[in-house]
Design a protein around this ligand. Sequence first.
Ligand SMILES: Nc1nc2c(ncn2[C@@H]2O[C@H](COP(=O)(O)OP(=O)(O)OP(=O)(O)O)[C@@H](O)[C@H]2O)c(=O)[nH]1
Ligand SMILES: [Mg+2]
Length: 623
Amino acid sequence: MDMHVRTARVALVGNPNSGKTALFNALTGAHQKVANYAGVTVERKEGHIRTADGRTMSVLDLPGTYSLRARSPDEEVTRDAVLGKLAGEPTPDVLVAVADATNLRLVLRLVLELKAVGRPMVLALNMYDIAQRQGLRIDLEKLRAELGVPIVTTVATRKRGIDELIAAIDAAAGGLSATAENAWVAPDAEALRGKALEAERIMKACVRPPERPDTLTGRIDSLLLHPVAGLVILLTLLFVMFQAVFTWATPLMDGIEGALGMLGAWVATVMPDGIWQSLIVDGLISGVGSVLVFLPQILILFLFIILLEDFGYMARAAFLMDRIMGGAGLHGRAFIPLLSSFACAIPGVMAARVIDSKRDRLTTIMVAPLMTCSARIPVYTLIIAAFIPNEQVWGFASLQGLVMFGLYAAGILSALVVSFVIRKVFWRGAVEPFMMELPAYKTPDFKSVLFNLWLRARIFLERAGRIILPLMIIVWALSTFPYPPEGATQPAIDYSFAGMMGHALEPIFAPIGFNWQMVIALIPGMAAREVAVAALGTVYAVADPESATSLLGATLAAQWSLATGLAFLAWYVFAPQCVATLGVVKRELNSWKWMWVMVVYMFGLAYLAAFVTYRVAVALGAG
Ligand SMILES: Nc1nc2c(ncn2[C@@H]2O[C@H](COP(=O)(O)OP(=O)(O)OP(=O)(O)O)[C@@H](O)[C@H]2O)c(=O)[nH]1
Ligand SMILES: [Mg+2]
């Protein structure tokens, strides 16, 4: 086959955290997730490069690996992609080995393994900016000669060396025969040792360490990883984060809330009273708007997370938590999936692919949805703002921020307890020690932080449009029709379909203090957690049109007892109210059984927690 007719296929292969995805984004203009810890990418992703003369090549971004002798599911993806064994996918024409230039020792061994595959190869020495800043001297000529592959230096985050890399890939693709067989056979321990020695020799011959070694990382680490000081710093950071979520966001939220209230009032004056006005004001503005208000808080939380990720702190936090997690029976690498679950359990469950042991992976997936995902933020903040007084405690901390902190802590603690129980009940055996490499500290890049934040905002807004909006139209319709009979004495909503459903299910939820309006909200809330907030907005707006233009929080504070509000919070720490997560759990574990185990145990915990909370609160006089 003529290589210049068919598009060449390129695969990016390298150690974890070497910048493969950053390079992929720079080459293709994609926006895949990049973060400063190992194991961010767990799936193959495809994109396209344009060469200088306008042809295209396809590129694969792959999970990081140290060897083609794959151990975990994500590493298998990389091995199979390199060897052309991935279903429906031809062997790549060119392998681009992506190396962290400051950490060549391990990647040289992988390069030697990749050479044995017998494909044309280019070595990208990425993070060259850091290598130069550290004063590391790499003899590129000698390295080229030793390895026998073309070498390009790159700085993926600044898009430096990208054109040169494309040219080198193009040149390597030009000279190949399309049918070359893969010469690779899985190396035995002996062969691997040989490769390691060879890599060591090349390393000595070509790389001279900096004259003044970098002591800053060591100095920062001795503080941040200190068993006592480190934990104090971690807790302080979390504390500041949750305080910020409440204090910084308030003015912005007030602004959005005010604007939505004005919009509703304006629509009410320009549209004639009646069904269309009710749909727009009660269904759309009150429903969807009650969720949109939470955008500032979500962005503040993500700003913290993105900054800490890029700086390289998250891997240190994992290191600090390792003893605690190990004690609870969690695998060291479970930290990454659990961390991702703070954004959303879906990427979290998928990230569990970095765990090689099947049982450890299952345990991690089973507890990942207990981490507080961002869809819970609207629920938590709505209820906290309505029921927890906006007071200072100890003179400096906001009580609302502390409650939020407590809810996050409850999620983490319950994940530890549940995984401990799974270990004790289902299987025993040693937990693998923590083996995550600590990345070098990096100053977060202003532009990419802003960009990541924008991506987050977009996800949130898209969910509001794609999931919440259509559901709110349904909730509105169910709460409006059928109309009450002549001479009805109760509010109209009592006679609607939603009212009937709510009243029918109310007895199940009465023991935990939920009223029928809440029951109605829980049903569409199965689609996604924040939908419950939107549904409450619509249900209360339909029930009392006067309240449509006032704040949902104020309505709830007037209608619910404190005990009910607290029980609702407790419910949301545990309830598995997200069909998308359940779908991903089913797919990743390839098992309906475990998905149902998750549904049952999480609803069980939710009911129990809400029950206890409600009863205790009532007993203390908050009923
Ligand atoms: N200074 C500097 N930072 C870089 C460079 N390339 C990547 N980074 C940063 O290095 C970190 C890791 O980058 P990723 O692209 O996520 O690494 P990866 O190889 O895809 O990692 P995995 O998917 O976990 O295997 C991120 O914080 C990037 O911003 C570079 O050339 N210079
Ligand atoms: Mg990646």
